[in-house]
Design a protein around this ligand. Structure first.
Ligand SMILES: Cc1cc2nc3c(=O)[nH]c(=O)nc-3n(C[C@H](O)[C@H](O)[C@H](O)COP(=O)(O)OP(=O)(O)OC[C@H]3O[C@@H](n4cnc5c(N)ncnc54)[C@H](O)[C@@H]3O)c2cc1C
Length: 491
């Protein structure tokens, strides 16, 4: 084989790239994975790692298909659900451990009370057709072999399986563009930048683009989402190059406005945000005018950020950018106001009682509401009136936004605290459109020969995110694309 020539070349060494590499190697191909960072893992390694289980495949297909709002063909949804059903076995046979969470119970009504945002067993859209076909989340418990759990455990399993096969991996090499045969239109290779120099790699059978979405590309965010927002994903990895490269060889795009957008706390010392997750009831959220705008107990974990980036139609201003969470001493002492166990900044040492972020000035504290308003640059009278109205609502049972008493506690005893929260991307869904076999297609639906896509780059999901599906999709679509590049189906 000529140097720099492989059957299958995979762009991006995250979950989808690793699954594609394993499958392509098992199908007998020579495989190269190219990663722009010094190590693999991408978002996959630091994520929660939750994967939805299949309770009733037909219903699950109906449900996911309905959530795609007519933008995804049913065949692709069927392929996804079939792959999902086989995934636990595939993972366990390769040394991984997945279990559904025994503390969750399907069909149980969402329990009232903290934390907020709360997790929904099953799908995030229980009213949509087929919802009862969605099972509990599979999680990655601590694996006794290596002591790892969640995304770290998932990544260790994938990396071990890549390492034990004849798969070449090169890191610190950023793929820049695809080469295409001018006559046949086939994608034949790529150009990457390594150590300041360009290298060329030929792909005899196919290239799999698995370089993630555009959570770290402000220009693509402005163009497709209307605003550049923060991200909780690993900084500067998923910058959308794969999407642009696919466009340059004629790919159709889909789901570019689909996002998983939560709420996060941004601080100067860390580029990625901390995921907002509050453990007690004594809190409200206000806009930049000091006014509440929602029932804060019903904030949705995967789309709460969308509520914050809305624009005032008359003034053309985004008055909830940022919004402020205001809370009291009891809530401060009830536990960290972020998710400490997942995400990129788990090493930050955010203390249980939130004293560390207060000392650092990430959370503002004050002895009175007036002082807090001044420090946060919020209108003091408006903030005082908002808090009075919220406290009165608890007494009378008539919260202006319908927040139930079981989910609210008065904000009365200082010190008082405030922190800015921002819309925060977990991941984007948009990218090159692909078929059920992972083939990237042109705007007329014809596969571009030699080009495949997997993972959150061009996800089959659109704007309605049921929770816990991008992770499973990275595995399933990676497997499909890796095999399809060799004309095979996953083993
Ligand atoms: C905090 C957090 C928690 C999450 N938890 C869950 C969860 O519990 N369940 C769930 O379903 N989803 C979850 N997600 C989303 C999910 O983890 C991702 O969508 C999924 O892991 C994406 O996998 P991927 O392989 O497509 O991309 P990634 O794992 O991000 O891999 C892409 C790789 O491509 C590389 N790359 C990019 N550009 C280039 C280039 N030009 N050349 C070479 N390499 C390149 C990147 O460096 C990266 O390593 C979470 C996301 C976040 C941020």
């Amino acid at each position: 084989m000529a140097e720099n020539e492989y059957d299958v070349v995979i762009v991006g060494y995250g979950g989808a790239g690793a699954a594609a590499a394993i499958e392509a190697a098992d199908a007998g191909g020579s495989v190269l994975v190219i990663e722009k960072f010094g190590d693999g893992g991408g978002t996959t390694r630091m994520a929660g790692g939750n994967i939805r289980s299949v309770l009733d495949a037909e219903k699950m297909i109906d449900h996911f298909h309905a959530l795609c709002d007519g933008t995804t063909d049913r065949e692709s949804v069927v392929a996804h659900v079939e792959g999902l059903a086989r995934l636990p076995d595939w993972i366990e046979r390769r040394g991984g451990l997945m279990r559904s969470d025994p503390s969750e119970k399907l069909g149980a009504p969402r329990k009232s009370g903290p934390p907020y945002p709360g997790a929904t067993p099953g799908t995030g859209f229980p009213g949509v057709v087929g919802a009862d076909g969605i099972g509990l989340r599979y999680r990655w418990p601590k694996n006794p072999r290596n002591g790892l759990s969640r995304g770290a455990a998932a990544w260790a399993m994938l990396a071990e399986n890549v390492g034990s096969r004849k798969i070449d991996v090169i890191t610190e090499t950023a793929v820049k563009r695809l080469n295409r045969d001018g006559f046949s239109g086939r994608v034949t290779g790529l150009v990457a930048e390594q150590g300041g120099k360009e290298i060329e790699v030929r792909a005899k059978q196919g290239i799999v683009l698995s370089s993630g979405g555009f959570s770290w590309n402000p220009e693509l965010m402005r163009q497709w989402l209307g605003v550049a927002v923060h991200s909780a994903a690993p900084p500067h990895r998923n910058t959308g190059e794969g999407i642009v490269m696919a466009q340059a060889v004629g790919a159709a795009l889909w789901h570019m406005s689909g996002v998983v957008m939560s709420m996060g706390i941004a601080v100067p010392e860390y580029e990625a945000t901390f995921s907002f997750h509050i453990k007690e009831r004594g809190f409200i959220m206000v806009d930049r005018l000091g006014k509440r705008f929602c029932d804060e107990s019903k904030l949705a974990g995967h789309s709460g950020g969308l509520l914050l980036d809305g624009r005032d139609h008359h003034a053309a201003l985004r008055r909830r950018l940022p919004s402020y969470v205001i809370f009291d001493e009891a809530t401060r002492l009830a536990g960290p106001i972020i998710a400490t166990e997942r995400g990129f900044n788990t090493d930050a040492g955010w203390s249980e009682d939130n004293s560390m972020p207060i000392e650092k000035g990430w959370i503002t504290s004050a002895s009175s509401i007036a002082e807090l308003a001044a420090k946060l640059d919020l209108p003091a009278d408006a903030l005082a009136e908002t808090i009075d109205s919220y406290n009165r609502g608890i007494e009378t049972g008539a919260d202006p936004f319908g927040r139930g008493a079981a989910n609210a506690a008065p904000i009365e005893k200082g010190p008082f605290y405030g922190v800015a929260v921002w819309p925060t991307l977990y991941n984007t869904q948009g990218g090159p459109r692909r078929t059920a076999r992972g083939e990237i297609v042109d705007p007329w639906g014809a596969p571009i020969p030699g080009l495949f896509g997997a993972g959150e780059l061009g996800s089959i999901f659109n704007t309605l995110y049921p929770g816990g599906v991008n992770y499973g999709e990275a595995f399933v679509s990676g497997r499909v694309a890796g095999a399809a590049a060799l004309g095979a189906t996953p083993k």
